[in-house]
Design a binder for this molecule. Sequence first.
Ligand SMILES: [Zn+2]
Ligand SMILES: [Zn+2]
Length: 338
Amino acid sequence: MPPHPETWLRVTESGLFCEPGGFFVDPLRPVDRAVITHAHADHARPGHQHVLGTAETLAIMRVRMGEDRAGLTQQALRYGESLTINGVRLWLRPAGHVLGSAQVCLEWQGSRVVVSGDYKRRADATCAPFEPERCDVFITEATFALPVFTHPPAEQEIARLLRSVALFPERTHVIGCYALGKAQRLISLLRQAGWDQPIPLHGALMKLCTLYEEFGVPLGPLVPATVAGKDKLLGAIVLAPPSAIADRWARRLAEPIPCLASGWMRVRQRARQGGAELPMVISDHADWPELLATCTEVEAGEVWVTHGREEALIHALGQRGIRGRALHLVGRGEGEEE
Ligand SMILES: [Zn+2]
Ligand SMILES: [Zn+2]
């Protein structure tokens, strides 16, 4: 009988450790060998010796951390390509979360685990779509694991924004969004909805947009928001980090309408705290129905749950005959990222 994954994949102080393989997945501290699911800061940390991930993830890590901190040596693996490390077979499948995001699939002596990192099931033109992989243990995030979190179609939220822009042509809509993933997805959704004007960006968002374009994700005309005069930004849709929409930076814009794009915008209080007049429920994480559907689809007898609302998900999985277990990994963000 294949060994139970518990016997070869353990939670340590440095994070999830594959014992026979001698490597960590998304380690919390600097380690010798790290496999990284995606480049968000709560998964990809600086200072590892050897780092393995998709070429996209490795490139994003270099841009964000600097060449010298993104791993002494880096090794890129394509989706579906497999590698054997000390008898452990390892391969990556797209997670549909952000550019380069991958599920790490591990097999040892006939026992298979999928570490999904963060994922979503909705269409996203800026990254490869999630691919379910059958396994014995599926490790899932639980960021939005409550029945109240059912994300509306992103197109519907974009349409609300465009209606507001049409209604207030003399004002500037400024959308707070994370620099990695959310910003590029919003731009791509705006282009799909026919918004072909240049999109002014806060300086903090520019580098990763350029990198996405280098990896073949078209984003259309983008301009730095800082060089344009106030009047030039009338009627524009400006993108900035969430923290910038309510501070001095945004007050320089013409009568700004602060907007936030996040799965948390389902919670009214969060929208108010963030200073969003126009909250948009757009998330790069699976919502409640997607979490349940995915855990069922991969046919795992057991699901290990990380960052978020473990109890609700474990309870719901139990009702479906799937054994759930909370994996207590410290340091995972409960915010959408960073
Ligand atoms: Zn993430
Ligand atoms: Zn995460």
